[in-house]
Design a protein around this ligand. Structure first.
Ligand code: MN
Ligand code: MN
Length: 319
């Protein structure tokens, strides 16, 4: 691989309007030798129940990432100084087949994980988390999971039978033994459901639910503390559905729920994961078609930057 620092076409130092829009202008590469983090897109929205369009999420988040300068003032780290990051490109999804797409996601994710590279995946709708969890659990065993969302995504079925959708991934993952339910927390749950049993069923499956009312009653710092206490030293997978954020801040999503977090709240909650043993992250449900002034994609790019910062700090701490 060319020396990235000497490549004038790459790097976070460039002006935001210049350059090829890979994630933070990192090299587009599938050569993972000595690569710490691969940013991978999954442009798939075939699991969407309402407004589709998240297939265009990865591209838009990449474009928004060009506005990120390199230094994180809140966490006091320049992630790209500590991590070798590549933009892995996108999974070759099949728009008309969720089964074929899931198989492709699991295979691609497994290839990355086998190279000891951490995956930061940009969706795509939330159905993609199931195949991502399959690949991660195959490598690490059942995972502790921090799940930011306004929806529990633990429905038995959305469209009948065993069909998967973005409303079912976490039920399937629990059934398949991919999640260590002693350390599975859902944060920000709210909105109307089909009945009183939806959240009850999620809890019976093993999810510890912190509804939005509890998040605001406790406060962000106490919630972060609770998450860290539950996760401990386990290997943690984080799945962040952008609809956990209020549609006033993140309108670009398929199934918005009012009364959610602000951009600042979610940034603080992600920063609050500092110290956890993160083995994989996904950021899903960004739908540029319903966005305004790209504010949702800009928030998503910033959240990805926060995750990179956490991974950089973890690498620093290991030394
Ligand atoms: Mn959701
Ligand atoms: Mn979701």
């Amino acid at each position: 691989m060319p020396n990235r620092l000497e490549n004038p076409a790459l790097g976070a130092h460039m002006q935001p309007f210049a350059g090829i829009p890979t994630f933070m202008r990192q090299p587009a590469s599938r050569d993972l030798i000595e690569v710490d983090v691969a940013v991978m897109g999954v442009p798939f929205d075939g699991g969407t129940s309402y407004r589709s369009g998240t297939r265009l999420g990865p591209r838009k988040i990449r474009e928004a990432s060009l506005m990120l300068w390199g230094y994180n003032n809140a966490l006091q780290v320049s992630p790209l100084d500590h991590l070798d990051v590549v933009d892995y490109g996108d999974v070759n999804v099949v728009p008309v087949s969720i089964e074929a797409t899931m198989a492709a996601i699991t295979a691609e994710a497994a290839a990355v994980i086998q190279s000891r590279t951490t995956l930061l995946t940009l969706g795509g709708d939330h159905s993609i988390t199931l195949p991502l969890l399959r690949a991660h659990a195959a490598a690490y065993g059942p995972l502790a999971v921090v799940h930011f969302d306004s929806h529990p995504d633990t429905w038995e079925s959305e469209f009948g039978g065993q069909l998967c959708s973005h409303g079912t991934p976490f039920r399937r993952a629990i059934e398949e033994g991919l999640i260590d339910t002693s350390a599975y927390i859902q944060v920000g749950i709210r909105g109307s459901t089909s009945g009183p049993d939806d959240l009850l069923e999620a809890r019976q499956l093993g999810a510890h639910i912190l509804p939005i009312e509890a998040v605001f009653d406790l406060g962000i710092a106490a919630v972060s503390q609770q998450i860290r206490a539950m996760m401990g030293t386990r290997q943690v997978y984080v799945s962040l559905d952008i609809d956990v954020v209020d549609p006033a801040y993140a309108p670009g999503t398929g199934t918005p729920e009012v009364g959610g977090l602000s951009s600042f709240h979610i940034l603080q909650l992600v920063r609050g994961l500092r110290g956890l043993n993160l083995v994989g992250v996904d950021l899903v449900e960004v739908n540029p078609a319903y966005d305004h002034s790209d504010i949702t994609s800009i928030l998503a790019a910033n959240l990805a930057f926060e995750f990179l910062s956490l991974l950089a700090l973890a690498k620093q701490d290991k030394k």
